[in-house]
Design a binder for this molecule. Structure first.
Ligand code: C5P
Length: 232
């Protein structure tokens, strides 16, 4: 799969989501559906967006015992999404079980991506709350290595980590990077950001862009700008 821009559809209802997607006449962007929209509208929203011709990254970040994750991934594989994810903290066995569950009878499956440490977790919280004493970048790279060992396709990471992930896990191992902002745009609550052009330069495979597109005066133009900077 080539480089692409994934729009984070962080809306709370299907009405808002379709009002947004209807602006893209003719264009069918790759979209990310997160927990908020999925829990509000259920699997039907995934089916409807798929029917409209979009690729879908279903961002539900599964983390449970291997058997439960395997069965849940099996259900998700039937929704025909293109990409989904889980927490690498669930261990290699859990990730292997996830792949098994996600693989359809014909051998195909959606891309499976791991979350390493959430960007909301810093060194202090990791040490004090989780009792993990190693440096956070070492933990992130170790979890990425575990995901690769388990047979996953890549990780969600900050654009600043993408280069290192590729150097450790190989060029083919996908890096899906949020925290993207235009050079002249609002940073908002994101701390460590990159422009789409910089993300391209350091080798991100997919950028996940929310508010710079969803809150733009002209979302289609903002999306096209991301494509022009990151893909073309
Ligand atoms: O609006 P914005 O571009 O900041 O949205 C980024 C999207 O990526 C949101 O859906 C956010 O939850 C997600 N994300 C993130 N940082 C992570 C993982 C996911 O911003 N580490």
């Amino acid at each position: 799969m080539g480089k692409d821009v994934i729009i984070a559809c962080d809306f709370s209802s299907k009405e808002q989501t379709f009002e947004f997607l209807d602006k893209f006449s003719g264009r069918k962007p790759f979209v990310k559906i997160g927990m908020e929209l999925f829990y509000a509208e259920g699997p039907e929203i995934v089916k409807e967006i798929k029917k409209r011709g979009h690729k879908i990254f279903l961002d539900l970040k599964l983390h449970d015992i291997p058997n439960t994750v395997k069965k849940s991934m099996n259900v998700l594989s039937r929704l025909d999404v293109d990409m989904t994810n889980l927490h690498a903290a669930g261990t290699i066995s859990m990730m292997e079980a996830a792949i098994e569950g996600l693989t359809r009878p014909d051998g195909t499956r959606p891309l499976l991506i791991a979350v390493t440490q959430l960007t909301s977790t810093d060194q202090e919280r990791m040490e004090n709350d989780l009792l993990i004493k190693e440096p956070i970048d070492k933990v992130v790279m170790h979890y990425a290595g575990n995901a690769k060992k388990a047979g996953l396709d890549g990780v969600v990471c900050s654009p600043l980590e993408a280069e290192k992930v590729h150097s450790i896990c190989g060029k083919e191992f996908l890096t899906v990077t949020p925290g993207v902002r235009f050079a002249d745009g609002d940073v908002g609550d994101q701390k460590r950001v990159m422009t789409p052009a910089e993300a391209k330069k350091i080798g991100s495979d997919y950028i996940v862009v929310g508010r710079p597109i969803t809150a733009a005066e002209d979302p289609v133009a903002a999306y096209e700008r991301c494509i022009a900077e990151f893909v073309d």
